[in-house]
Design a protein around this ligand. Structure first.
Ligand code: NAD
Ligand code: ZN
Length: 252
């Protein structure tokens, strides 16, 4: 990838940056985006039909089992070079806020400091009634496990379709978007609200908007720079071009 000279110059001198990532960033770790078709047991369902409070109310066991299956999938995968390049960017840019819509926890695992998880984390569970965060539960049970203190059903600590985003996280993300000089939108389709508005908030405040995606999205026309390709390839190339630094797999 040849990066324009003006782009490299901007990234080199920037003090405040924000990046929003989506499912595309984890695709090269082997995790499917919602747009990829589901496989196996779950092929008959659309994620939208499973990731909702209505679905949980209708058939809690089905939803619990889908998440238990996804949790196992997440446990089996590792961060990819795109995640590690973002760790490097956080070290190079004085004020770098990483905002993710992913629930897989791979940014933290890669070592990114201060990740704002807008949609929660699939490895965490809370009580659907009293909201208590639960650390231990029994997954082998034939039924959905229940809260030890109130008896309510346990559910994944993630944001479902139709649910509001966690307020503190959303506020921090908006603040970072409004105050940054450069905003990166990476591997996200830009159609899920309100995360999609972050790029526009940055743009309206005069930030340079950079998009990295394998495909064009509704944001592409507004972006100052669009780099088409895989984030696991483009981000390490960017780190190399801007700081002459090699992205290394943190586990090697
Ligand atoms: P999305 O599925 O709507 O969009 C993914 C985007 O990534 C697409 O625009 C696609 O073109 C792009 N893409 C695919 N592979 C890529 C790659 N290798 N490099 C760069 N771009 C690539 O996902 P979204 O925008 O994150 O929003 C959908 C919702 O899906 C979110 O709410 C999120 O919580 C949830 N989700 C999360 C995970 C996860 O945590 N890994 C997985 C699936 C869905
Ligand atoms: Zn409870």
């Amino acid at each position: 990838m040849e990066f324009p000279f003006d782009f490299i110059a901007i990234v080199r001198k920037v003090n405040r940056a924000a990046a929003l990532t989506g499912a595309g960033v984890s695709q090269e770790s082997g995790l499917r985006t919602f747009r990829d078709a589901q496989t196996g047991l779950w092929a008959q369902y659309k994620p939208e039909e499973l990731a909702s409070p209505e679905a949980f109310a209708r058939d809690p066991k089905l939803i619990w089992d889908w998440y238990a299956w996804r949790r196992e999938g997440v446990k089996a995968v590792r961060p990819n070079l795109g995640h590690y390049a973002l760790v490097e960017m956080a070290h190079r840019i004085p004020d770098f806020t990483l905002i993710t819509q992913n629930v897989d926890g791979l940014h933290r695992l890669a070592g990114s400091p201060q990740v704002i998880e807008l949609h929660g984390n699939i490895q965490r569970v809370r009580c659907a009634e009293c909201g208590a965060i639960v650390e231990d539960w029994d997954d082998d049970n034939a039924a959905v496990p229940r809260c030890a203190s109130c008896g309510g059903l346990l559910r994944p600590h993630v944001v479902w379709f139709g649910e509001p985003l966690p307020r503190a996280e959303l506020e921090s993300a908006m603040e970072a978007a409004r105050n940054c000089q450069i905003f990166f939108s990476i591997g996200t389709s830009g159609v899920v609200q309100p995360a999609a508005t972050l790029a526009y908030a940055a743009h309206n405040r005069g930030a340079v908007v950079v998009e990295i995606n394998t495909e064009q999205t509704p944001l592409t026309a507004k972006a100052d720079f669009f780099f088409q390709g895989k984030s696991g390839e483009i981000l390490p190339e960017l780190v190399k071009a801007v700081w002459n630094s090699e992205t290394i797999n943190g586990e090697q």
